[in-house]
Write a protein that binds this ligand. Structure first.
Ligand SMILES: *[C@@H]1O[C@H](CO)[C@@H](O)[C@H](O)[C@H]1NC(C)=O
Ligand SMILES: *[C@@H]1O[C@H](CO)[C@@H](O)[C@H](O)[C@H]1NC(C)=O
Ligand SMILES: *[C@@H]1O[C@H](CO)[C@@H](O)[C@H](O)[C@H]1NC(C)=O
Ligand SMILES: *[C@@H]1O[C@H](CO)[C@@H](O)[C@H](O)[C@H]1NC(C)=O
Length: 291
């Protein structure tokens, strides 16, 4: 298990750089490749140059006022917007990535929490469309950890219709005699069979519900891998899936396994019924340090 994950991360690091040594924006904004060690020095876009010192992560936790858009506090809050958009509007044919943070501001809101105001570029990966969006992320303060609240306007990204493709996929899955299943999306070579991409995307959308719910000012969650996804029999129109997924918190460098139960239909989108954090995989908590 440990070895396999190390291999996956190593491969992901390897695939982010194109031969010219620059970064293809779509690979940066696809979650799986956003391993800290993959942030290349030659990144052309300033927003991709997240500076990732652990000390800096600690020091800047409560940064207030105008933020450096390339540093952790702004990047962490902006990542929450990506997860929010994916939970609300993601589908097998619509996935969002954070392309760049242009500016950010953070302030305390009395005793209730902290509010970030952000200007970001969001990338819809499948249509390869990018839009600049204004967003507000509020992290409530309290005894019990609560999900951040997000407001964002990104209309242009949302009015690209994917309904026809979703309906076709839904019919295909629904009509199929056998239940679908897949493992290791992507595999240890970073590869995914084209047929399996919609399932992988469904796993990412479902995982975004966890990443949104678990996000705080001190986390930066990315998708590492869908370990496996299995379709379950259902009586109604909703297709049902069980999914084991690995999330990566770039701040703590932990790989976090979760088990999800969710439904999907073209009409209703993804609905997560259960999410369960599984025991840490100790041998795979720390991805290899390549410094
Ligand atoms: C996505 O769009 C950008 C900017 O328009 C372009 O440079 C890039 O080649 C496109 N990527 C793909 C995979 O089509
Ligand atoms: C999407 O929204 C933008 C701005 O609201 C509008 O200009 C554009 O025509 C819309 N595109 C589609 C395909 O509806
Ligand atoms: C039905 O499922 C099987 C097994 O997963 C797969 O090989 C086949 O391509 C599927 N058929 C359709 C029409 O999706
Ligand atoms: C999916 O992966 C988890 C964790 O590796 C494992 O415990 C589970 O048995 C797997 N399920 C299937 C159906 O392969």
């Amino acid at each position: 298990m440990g070895l396999r994950i190390v291999a996956v991360l190593a491969v992901l690091m390897g695939v982010t750089g194109s031969p010219s040594g620059t970064v293809r924006p779509e690979t940066v904004s696809v979650d799986i490749t956003a391993h800290p060690n993959s942030v290349p020095e030659t990144a052309e876009e300033p927003g991709q140059n997240v500076e990732l010192g652990e000390e800096e992560a600690e020091e800047d936790v409560m940064a207030t006022g105008e933020l450096n858009p390339n540093h952790y506090p702004a990047q962490r809050a902006a990542k929450v917007v990506q997860h929010y958009l994916t939970t609300r509007y993601g589908s097998p044919y619509r996935l969002f990535g954070l392309q760049r943070v242009h500016s950010g501001n953070a302030e305390d809101v009395a005793d209730t929490g902290r509010k970030y105001q952000l200007e970001i570029s969001v990338h819809e990966i499948i249509s390869n469309t990018t839009q600049k969006c204004s967003a507000e992320v509020f992290f409530p303060r309290g005894e019990k950890q609560q999900s951040p609240q997000v407001q964002v306007s990104c209309e242009e990204l949302l009015n690209i219709s994917t309904k026809a493709q979703e309906e076709a996929l839904y019919q295909q899955y629904k009509m199929n005699q056998s239940l679908l299943s897949a493992q290791n999306l992507p595999d240890s070579h970073g590869h995914i069979e084209p047929d399996m991409k919609p399932l992988w995307h469904l796993g990412i959308v479902a995982s975004s519900f966890v990443m949104l719910k678990e996000s705080t000012e001190n986390t930066l969650y990315n998708m590492a891998q869908v370990s496996n996804i299995t379709q379950l029999a259902t009586e109604n129109d909703q297709l049902k899936f069980e999914c084991h997924t690995l999330l990566h918190d770039m701040v703590s460098q932990e790989i976090l396994p979760w088990k999800l139960l969710f439904t999907w239909s073209a009409a209703e989108g993804v609905k997560v019924l259960q999410m369960e954090q599984l025991p840490h995989c100790h041998s795979c908590e720390k991805p290899p340090n390549t410094d």
